[in-house]
Design a protein around this ligand. Sequence first.
Ligand code: GUN
Length: 282
Amino acid sequence: MSALILDGKAVAAKIKMQIRQEVEKLKTEGITPGLAVILVGEDPASQIYVRNKERNCQELGFNSQTYRLPATISQDELLMLIQELNEDPKIHGILVQLPLPAHISTEKIISLIKPEKDVDGFHPVNLGNLLRGEIGMLPCTPAGIMELIKESGVEVAGKECVIVGRSNIVGKPLFHLLLQAHGTVTVCHSRTQNLAEATRRADILVVATGQAGLVNGEMVKPGAVVIDVGMNRLESGLVGDVDFDSVLPVAGAITPVPGGVGPMTIALLMQNTLKAALMQRG
Ligand code: GUN
């Protein structure tokens, strides 16, 4: 038996169709959701992500402003730009593409964004709300993963959930979302002693490490839902952190790369920007 393939592109398209309808309604009130994206430096992967965000803003009728800044920009200059955008009524969401150059403090930059404009959900206030289970802006990739798990038809409550990777962007916030959904959650990382033993326990397995093909079919419980967050650009093309071919016959459901988690992250970013525009309307 082959796993159900969780088509992130199709789910994202459905979410975006709903957003487009909401945007049409908002525009009749004279409001156009506005997203400012700040890209510092020339990281090729970041450039692709930012172009993709611009394209999605255009498709959905959002106002999009992209700031492409040199890697030499000072932290103070960047802080000043964020202060300006915080006060700009046409901008409802501010996203600073990560990673930033080493001379700039990511914490300082993210903390200056107004929490209601923090469409990445990385501000300490939004992370605090997430930890307490209160309403706030949710980080896009973890929120998109929860939607894909829903799509698999598997109920999280009471399940063994294993996350491989403990980043601030994916692993840590996803831990809280799965816990809120009543999963029993284990987070594995580079110092985990016996990774395969942990992953084989998982009814729901999420892999977000940036290591191509780290998880193979022998490390997966038969019937498990496997979510691959990896985006590794190899000479052979774009591959995930999961060895798709060996996991496909074992898993119950699996996300492809590309076309799985990636499109969901963008759709949830657009949803957060719409939510920010609605919240700021009052
Ligand atoms: N770099 C990699 N993923 C992300 C993300 O979700 N948001 C931002 N701002 N930068 C990233």
